[in-house]
Design a protein around this ligand. Structure first.
Ligand code: ADP
Length: 239
């Protein structure tokens, strides 16, 4: 077992008046669906919400796309590009709204790197140190689902799995579905360890969409209990 140094900022509450809520889970776990519903709910209640998503910064988009296409990136380079994306979004999309007292909803956070990059063979301590500047979320949800459920959901919505989502770059199998099973099983196992290490709140993601959303809203209400951000209408008691 490798001993892993915890980064200082991820183990302490952040100093900003806003709230940071993040979602994690393997592809097809349904986390984006839940975050979208949460966004609508909070917005409809007058909360100031900002949404940000993993790997969406324009800064690295082109390099990432080209590298992915030609399989040019080693897992470490891949990891560093994601970290650049994250640093850019943290600087411009996450910290400013947190400072302004807003609620930031992040579809995937550093735990995605801690699971996926490590599943690709990157050293756990190294990837933690790369992201050591990340503030700790006020609520980090982990949507836990068996591989077969996520696979069914993804294949119900489209005909093919994406190359990297199936972990084809790792070379575990030439069959995308088999590769998905093997790669995402590794990711799932690491997520389970991260849930303990970082106190991620586990949500049973096999349940139907409304039942999960009920749980999510309850957890968010707790997180917003002492939140003093402005709401467009009504009080800011988080109810
Ligand atoms: P993720 O962001 O984790 O990859 P998505 O939210 O995009 O997952 O959901 C993947 C697919 O599964 C979508 O087609 C979505 O409509 C469907 N889905 C999401 N949650 C559920 C659920 N609880 N039960 C059945 N299907 C779901």
């Amino acid at each position: 077992m490798i001993s892993i140094a915890r980064s200082a900022s991820l183990s302490q509450p952040h100093p900003y008046p806003g709230r940071l809520i993040t979602v994690e889970g393997i592809d097809g776990s349904g986390k984006s669906t839940q975050l979208l519903l949460l966004d609508r709910w909070l917005t409809s209640r007058g909360y100031p919400v900002r949404f940000t998503e993993w790997n969406s910064s324009r800064l690295v988009r082109r390099a990432m796309k080209r590298g992915k296409k030609k399989d040019l990136l080693t897992p470490t380079t891949f990891s560093l590009l994601h970290a650049v994306d994250f640093a850019d979004r943290l600087t411009y999309q996450i910290v400013p709204p947190l400072k302004a007292g807003m609620i930031v909803l992040a579809d995937r956070y550093v735990y995605t790197a801690f699971s996926r990059d490590v599943a690709r063979g990157v050293h756990p301590a190294w990837v933690r140190s790369v992201y050591s500047f990340a503030p700790r979320p006020d609520l980090a949800l982990y949507f836990r689902v068996p591989i077969e459920v996520s696979l069914d959901r993804l294949l119900a919505g489209r005909t093919k799995l994406k190359y990297h989502e199936a972990g084809m770059d790792v070379g575990l199998s030439t069959d995308p579905v088999d590769s998905f099973r093997m790669f995402q099983s590794r990711v799932l196992e690491i997520y389970d360890q991260l849930a303990e290490e970082f106190g991620l709140r586990v949500v049973d993601a096999t349940a139907d969409i409304p039942s999960q959303q009920k749980i999510v809203r309850r957890l968010v209400r707790d997180t917003l209990r002492r939140y003093e951000g402005k709401r467009a209408t009504g009080s800011a008691d988080g109810a």
